[in-house]
Design a protein around this ligand. Structure first.
Ligand SMILES: *[C@@H]1O[C@H](CO)[C@@H](O)[C@H](O)[C@H]1NC(C)=O
Ligand SMILES: *[C@@H]1O[C@H](CO)[C@@H](O)[C@H](O)[C@H]1NC(C)=O
Ligand SMILES: [Zn+2]
Length: 306
């Protein structure tokens, strides 16, 4: 009887061990692809269903856009653009969303809604794990297959201004960069001015293909005083003006016969009613995704995007 109960106890212990291991394996999954050799090559390109007659996977599809500008506003909540706040404080953007040549979506961020895992998700297309929160502070270079690496390999010239997390994730990818630090959360002015100060000269230049901007000020305001703070409104107006500046400059540089530009406005995550983020509540996961390009037809209301 004594032997049997100890056998039973060890059985239970082993079962518990397996259970804990299984839980940890799921909670901190090992990245499926983490070696440099796992990057996709041209030969892995799937057949494009829309390219017409030539289903030749060893040939690149024709580029659709000449230049791409990605304006990422940290903690840009969906209602800051599509809600009543957007109508009042981001009038230019809102006008383009409603009447311009644009496509707009509500993009759902996967928790953990923290900046580094979100940048990883946006550039790799993979779902971030909770392990990424632990590594959020010392983000090492991203080794998984990602858009930035692919763009650099394809010879695209990229310029980056903003959150220096990008510079740590992609240390040698940008021909020019100026990283701002998110360390001083109380600063929501200089951190954005350090990005905007480069715009006038960079927008005039022709030596880049992709420009990425990551504005941190709005996120810092959220952490200081929440989404209903009086600081939010001037910040949204500032972001609206910057989008207008970029858009006008892209329009003025459009040349007859060349490919159109693409301007992307997006957020990495939203902010909760207390101004924090990281969890999975609606205001934290819903972010706007606005694509602007003369290549698009003028259209109606924003639709959902899972
Ligand atoms: C695909 O294109 C490559 C180079 O453009 C050519 O060598 C190859 O024969 C083509 N394959 C098919 C199936 O058309
Ligand atoms: C902004 O730029 C200045 C000068 O390059 C630098 O000293 C400062 O630390 C930067 N601020 C932030 C928040 O990155
Ligand atoms: Zn963020």
């Amino acid at each position: 009887m004594k032997v049997r109960s100890s056998v039973f106890a060890s059985f239970i212990l082993i079962l518990e061990g397996i259970g804990v291991a299984l839980f940890l394996r799921g909670f901190f999954p090992v990245p499926l692809k983490s070696s440099v050799s796992s990057k996709n090559k041209l030969s892995d390109l799937p057949v494009e269903p829309l390219t017409g007659s030539s289903h030749n996977s060893s040939r690149l599809p024709q580029p659709l856009f000449k230049r791409v500008v990605i304006m990422l506003v940290d903690a840009l909540r969906e209602d800051f653009v599509f809600g009543p706040n957007g109508r009042m404080y981001m009038p230019y953007t809102r006008h383009l969303v409603e009447r311009g040549s644009s496509h707009s979506f509500v993009a759902k961020a996967r928790p953990p809604t923290v900046t580094m895992p979100r940048i990883k998700a946006l550039t790799t297309g993979t779902i971030p794990g909770f392990i990424d929160v632990v590594m959020n502070l010392n983000s090492p270079a991203l080794l998984e297959d990602n858009l930035i690496w692919q763009a650099k390999t394809a010879g695209k010239r990229m310029v980056f201004y903003g959150d220096d997390t990008w510079v740590r994730l992609f240390p040698k990818h940008f021909m020019e960069h100026d990283g701002t630090t998110s360390f001083f959360v109380s600063d929501y002015t200089e951190v954005d001015n350090n990005v905007t100060r480069h715009l006038d000269s960079t927008l005039k230049r022709d030596d880049w293909d992709i420009l990425i901007l990551h504005y941190l000020g709005l996120d810092h305001i959220g952490h200081i005083s929440g989404p209903h703070s009086s600081l939010i409104q001037p910040k949204l107006m500032e972001m609206d003006d910057i989008l207008k500046k970029i858009h006008s400059s892209l329009i003025s540089k459009e040349a007859e016969g060349s490919l159109p530009y693409l301007l992307v406005l997006c957020g990495d995550h939203g902010m909760s009613e207390t101004g924090s983020h990281g969890g999975s509540s609606e205001p934290e996961i819903n972010t706007p995704l606005v694509l602007l390009s003369p290549a698009f037809k003028r259209k109606g209301k924003p639709s959902n995007f899972a």
